[in-house]
Ligand binder design. Structure first.
Ligand SMILES: Cc1cc2nc3c(=O)[nH]c(=O)nc-3n(C[C@H](O)[C@H](O)[C@H](O)COP(=O)(O)OP(=O)(O)OC[C@H]3O[C@@H](n4cnc5c(N)ncnc54)[C@H](O)[C@@H]3O)c2cc1C
Length: 457
């Protein structure tokens, strides 16, 4: 949808072909099974979507999206301990259901004059011809899902934004083209998701300042399980279990309670009696991190580009996928301002896309390789990068933490972690901290979050 919006500035007619029939209003659909799991649109993505669809954030506010912030109303236990409670929220993105996000963007797109949406119709093949020895994409073949009717759409540019299940490799084979080379890494993660609501008359204990949720992260190399219980719009809460090393998360209530009680903090298991489930637990085995390297594709197809999960799938641990997809729509917009030539555009776009993707890819892969259960090449560069991130993470200096957050939120490139000024602040702040008495020094690793009065009196 972001790609479609980006194209509307340049092309007189944009057609979005969607395999699913969209639900009426906010609802799940088959093509996006991940929508039953927790999604965050991190700050980079929020800004990108807002620039494509001005007023997007305000519409989410109207839909009563909860405003959430770690340390303010969400307790976060990261590998570095509990994040310190804070008096004011720091907005690092939107914690909103995937279905509401999608519906809001879709409503915006429907208001865009030169976009036509064809629902319940799947792209099944690319149309191409050979011109001056080069393959040129001319459109796509579409099959209606209800009637089976097959028709074609001619186009100056075809964008594959069909997600992780993209069939582009098969379509290339039909055209006699090789698929782009792929890089993969399996994080061996399985998710379980269940909708909850507070029981009638449940009393939230005073002192539980985490009124909007708790997030207990996994800790490399051997602590493989994590969970979060997060507030969503409509007074619903989403319980998510994350199990590493390919284990299945439990689906039954006793198993869920045991899983939660076995985490580094039993906090979510202690909160659970306040809630009642409103759905079954749904499991989801994560696909591999996979990068299709279009930027070094040995073949080429003029008039064709691919973006989002169709080119690169990330372990969602760091909440990057939607933001990357939205950022790529921004890249596409800028490329189209430079050229609309079907021959030049793909190479220009794929080069810029790869330069941008290298950052989230590095963050996702390096983090996965910190877990002993994940198989992959642990190069010296990965080792140094992970070691450096840990060193920065241990610094109590605000500017250092801010820089780490900005890189994680894709607001800055990874190279900005290696800034000399940041390195100096990290060394200085850690030296000063080491000279303090131990009671003032360590971040909180207790089983429960630090309470507000202890911190602020
Ligand atoms: C468990 C889980 C949790 C996640 N959490 C987060 C998170 O917190 N934050 C985040 O940013 N990302 C998260 N992600 C990743 C995020 O969901 C994806 O990166 C993002 O949806 C990619 O967008 P996309 O448009 O490329 O693909 P999709 O959102 O998958 O959309 C592809 C669309 O193409 C349609 N389609 C497929 N094939 C065809 C066809 N042949 N013809 C027509 N239509 C077709 C599908 O129906 C679908 O509507 C998570 C992923 C998972 C699996």
């Amino acid at each position: 949808m972001c790609a479609a919006r980006a194209l509307t500035d340049t092309y007189a007619r944009v057609t979005l072909v969607e395999r699913d029939q969209y639900p009426n209003g906010v609802g799940d659909r088959r093509g996006v099974p991940q929508s039953r799991m927790f999604h965050t649109l991190i700050e980079r993505g929020r800004r990108e979507v807002e620039s494509l669809f001005p007023g997007f954030h305000a519409r989410l506010d109207q839909a009563r999206m909860p405003r959430m912030s770690y340390g303010f109303n969400v307790a976060l236990m990261s590998p570095r301990g509990w994040s310190p409670p804070s008096r004011s929220p720091v907005v690092r993105g939107l914690f909103v259901t995937r279905t509401l996000l999608e519906t809001t963007i879709r409503d915006h797109l429907r208001e865009t004059a030169n976009v036509t949406i064809i629902e319940a119709a799947a792209a099944t093949r690319l149309l191409a011809e050979t011109q001056e020895g080069r393959k040129v994409c001319r459109g796509a073949e579409i099959r209606r899902r209800d009637t089976g009717e097959v028709f074609t759409i001619e186009a100056d540019l075809v964008v594959d934004a069909s997600g992780a299940s993209s069939k582009s490799a098969d379509w290339f084979a039909d055209l006699g083209l090789a698929a782009p080379e792929e890089e993969t890494l399996d994080p061996l993660l399985t998710y379980g998701g269940q909708w909850m609501k507070l029981r009638e008359g449940a009393r939230w204990p005073t002192g539980w300042w985490w009124t909007h949720g708790v997030f207990i992260q996994r800790v490399p190399p051997h602590d493989l399980n994590g969970a979060h219980l997060m507030r969503q719009e409509g007074d619903l809460w989403l319980l998510t279990l994350v199990a590493g090393a390919g284990q299945e998360p439990p689906m039954d209530p006793d198993g869920v309670a045991k899983f939660l009680a076995g985490l580094r903090s039993p906090l979510i298991s202690e909160m659970l009696p306040l809630f009642e489930p409103v759905s079954k637990m749904t499991g989801y085995r994560l696909s591999k991190n996979r990068w299709r390297h279009y930027e070094r594709w040995a073949d080429s197809l003029d008039g064709f580009i691919a973006m989002g999960d169709a080119t690169c799938v990330f372990n969602p641990n760091q909440g990057q996928g939607m933001s990357v997809a939205a950022s790529e729509a921004g890249i596409l917009r800028r490329c189209l301002a430079q050229t609309t030539s079907p021959r030049e555009l793909p190479a220009l776009f794929f080069a810029k896309q790869a330069k941008f993707k290298a950052n989230p890819w590095r963050l996702a892969i390096s983090n996965d390789l910190r877990f002993a259960s994940v198989e992959g090449e642990r190069t010296a560069a990965v080792g140094v990068f992970n070691w450096w991130r840990v060193q920065l993470g241990l610094s109590p200096d605000r500017a250092v933490q801010q820089r780490l957050a900005e890189v994680d939120l894709l607001l800055r490139p990874v190279k900005d972690l290696f800034d000399l000024r940041i390195a100096a602040r990290m060394v200085y702040s850690r030296t000063v901290a080491a000279l303090r008495p131990p009671s003032e020094r360590a971040p909180s690793f207790g089983s429960h979050p630090p309470s507000l009065p202890t911190i602020f009196t």
